[in-house]
Design a protein. Structure first.
Length: 280
């Protein structure tokens, strides 16, 4: 009970730090009375302290814990200062050489991670990949005004194909992707995104695609060795027997990387690429 109360107090404290007192009160009250289920409420804006643009989210839905994880718990901050400095140095080196870093946000949901990366690495080109139409509509609102973000309503895979979407728990963060010739949702590949613009270099790939990691990492994985930082979330607990973490790690472990955990995210950082400057 004490641990639970302490956790709640920390959430309130973090909310006030990120949103201000009035914003925190509005957010918590709104989420307490917010509507859940398949007919999600319309999105509402929420201002992050120190940011020029508000973010939009749906009260009472899984948008709120996503927002908490990204902005309050700072799940995408590299937890090791030494590794964070190495990544920052690589970013600076790329820019000094006239090379634009590429960030690919696979499973962008409503775009909050893409927006976080846009504020963290403002000169990077960011591809925000989200196939689900309702999520994508809010993603477009959140990414509006960030010229460096390119929203794409597609799924990510190891090949160009078609997929279908299903949701077994009626929450907007839980859309699952299944290969289907009649699925109606197109896929794209990371290597195709890497080739969109000249004068760019791989930088970060974030992967959170509800079990479809198996398909993403089964072939066409040359991009892995080119990418200094890969951030992923294991979904083994959600999909017993599917082997999502194994699918990822069996590819990553082919070359030396260092692994850091923060919240649900695992950071796989190539020391070779982050120490050598521009990837060759």
């Amino acid at each position: 009970m004490i641990a639970k109360l302490a956790r709640r107090a920390l959430i309130v404290t973090d909310s006030i730090r990120v949103l201000g007192i009035l914003g925190a009160v509005r957010a918590h009250v709104g989420n307490f009375v917010g509507k859940r289920g398949t007919s999600f409420p319309r999105s509402r804006p929420l201002r992050i302290k120190g940011w020029m643009r508000p973010v939009h989210y749906r009260m009472g839905s899984s948008d709120w814990p996503v927002l908490q994880k990204i902005f309050m718990e700072e799940d995408y901050h590299i937890p090791s200062p030494a590794h964070a400095r190495a990544v920052d140095d690589l970013y600076a080196q790329l820019l000094e050489r006239g090379v634009r870093p590429i960030i690919v946000d696979c499973g962008a949901n409503i775009g909050l991670a893409s927006v976080w990366y846009a504020n963290r690495f403002p000169a990077a080109r960011i591809y925000a990949i989200e196939p689900e139409p309702n999520n994508f509509a809010i993603l477009e609102r959140n990414c509006s005004g960030y010229d460096q973000i390119i929203p794409l309503q597609v799924a990510i895979s190891d090949r160009e194909a078609q997929v279908a979407l299903t949701n077994s728990v009626d929450e907007p963060w839980a859309w699952e992707t299944t290969e289907s010739e009649n699925g109606g949702i197109a896929t794209t590949t990371i290597d195709k995104l890497y080739g969109q613009e000249s004068g760019t270099a791989p930088f970060i790939v974030k992967v959170d695609i509800e079990g479809f990691e198996v398909e993403l990492f089964r072939s066409n994985v040359e991009w892995v060795d080119q990418t200094p930082v890969i951030v992923f979330e294991s979904h083994d607990s959600m999909f017993p027997g599917r082997g999502t973490a194994h699918a990822i790690l069996s590819v990553l472990l082919a070359h030396p990387r260092e692994y850091l955990q923060r919240g649900e995210n695992m950071f796989a950082i190539s020391r070779t690429l982050t120490q050598s400057g521009v990837p060759r």
